[in-house]
Ligand binder design. Structure first.
Ligand code: ACO
Length: 330
């Protein structure tokens, strides 16, 4: 029998040990615990120290996910690393492959900012559904503390560092019940981590550009408006595809950007508070890591149990947004 369904069979996560509370942050920029907590729900975030790399965090989260699903690194066919902050712009997935000893896996990075994990989930599922691969490791990991302007209080208070990972496996029953993905590049300017350089003359008449990526810029109000409008819509779409109604959802697991966004989306969808997963008070917005990090915590706390139906949605730079409805476990 062909196993062309997809099951998510294990999770893992890793965060740096260093934690920065709002109160301490208010010694760095003009802000307060009260402002940050009431506007965002964030109280602290983890920060990678200079000796910590993205590949280290990603590998630690992946090792846990591999163990949880009961496979070995050599069983992996594909490693997808969703990140916007690779150690190396050429990609970091291969380094993770080497660190894990996943000798049979092809590995590459995937960039879709805070939507990266959901986009990666759908991408991984396609390889499994077509019968090409059986065991896929999907990682969401970001170290945005290296790319925020620590003098810009409008952005630096929001982000934190971390990694989360899941194993997707071929299975008789398909547990990815529905999904929908969207992009709107016309709104790209609202959230950027853009390259900027200056023109330099290489030879007479031949100019090249020298520069680097610049810290994050964000129009918070526009991103907020976009999230609160688009996320409920896309979850509805994914639910329609899954032939499920909102009340059949056991857990709402959104990208952890802002508690006010999470609450507004839950309210619009009529999902009660006890079904909403939130851990951003401890970690802030960890971008591509936020969904698998919260998923892993909820699984380990015994909240999300096998067969529970999870509605997840990522949204962010691009602009990109997406939703996936899945049934946890095998
Ligand atoms: N501490 C104290 N005051 C602050 C801070 C701060 N950290 N930041 C801004 N302020 C001030 C502003 O200067 C402004 O003061 P003013 O009125 O005197 O000019 C006032 O607070 C209000 O600022 P706003 O920007 O209007 O605050 P807002 O209520 O919009 O909240 C926030 C800002 C929290 C960023 C909100 O807009 C938001 O969460 N947006 C969504 C961001 C998001 O979810 N991004 C996800 C994608 S991330 C990705 O893809 C990488």
């Amino acid at each position: 029998m062909q196993n062309l369904g997809v099951a998510i069979t294990g999770s893992g996560s890793a965060v740096p040990a260093t934690s920065l509370h709002n109160q301490i942050l208010s010694e760095v920029v003009e802000t307060s615990d009260e402002w940050i907590a009431t506007r965002t729900g964030i109280r602290q975030r983890r920060l990678a120290v200079p000796s910590e790399s993205l590949s280290d965090l990603a590998t630690a989260a992946s090792s846990q996910a591999i163990a949880a699903s009961g496979i070995k690194p050599e069983d992996l066919d594909l490693i997808l690393l969703a990140t916007s902050t690779p150690d190396d712009l050429f990609g970091t997935a291969c380094k993770v492959q080497a660190q894990l000893g996943a000798t049979n896996a092809v590995a590459f990075d995937l960039t879709a900012a805070c939507s990266g994990f959901v986009f990666g989930l759908v991408t991984a599922a396609q390889y499994i559904r077509t019968g090409v691969y059986k065991n896929v490791l999907l990682i969401g990991a970001d170290i945005l503390s290296r790319w925020v302007d620590w003098e810009d209080r409008r952005t630096c208070v929001l982000f934190g560092d971390g990694a989360g990972a899941v194993i997707l496996q071929a299975d008789k029953s398909d547990r990815l019940l529905g999904f929908a993905l969207k992009s709107d590049g016309t709104q790209n300017h609202h959230l950027n981590l853009a390259y900027a350089g200056t023109s330099q003359e290489l030879l007479p008449g031949v100019n090249i550009t020298k520069g680097t990526y610049q810290p994050i810029t964000m129009n918070g109000k526009e991103v907020y408006r976009f999230a609160v409008q688009k996320v409920p819509e896309i979850i509805d779409k994914a639910l329609f595809q899954a032939n499920l109604s909102v009340d059949q959802i056991d857990w709402l697991l959104l990208h952890q950007a802002n508690q006010r966004i999470i609450d507004a989306v839950a309210q619009r969808l009529n999902i009660p508070e006890h079904k909403v997963i939130s851990n951003l008070a401890q970690y802030g917005n960890t971008s591509a890591a936020s969904i698998p990090l919260a998923l892993d915590e909820a699984v380990r706390q015994g909240k999300i149990k096998p067969n529970d139906i999870v509605a997840t949605s990522g949204f962010g730079a691009g602009l990109t947004w997406g939703a996936a409805i899945f049934q946890w476990g095998r």
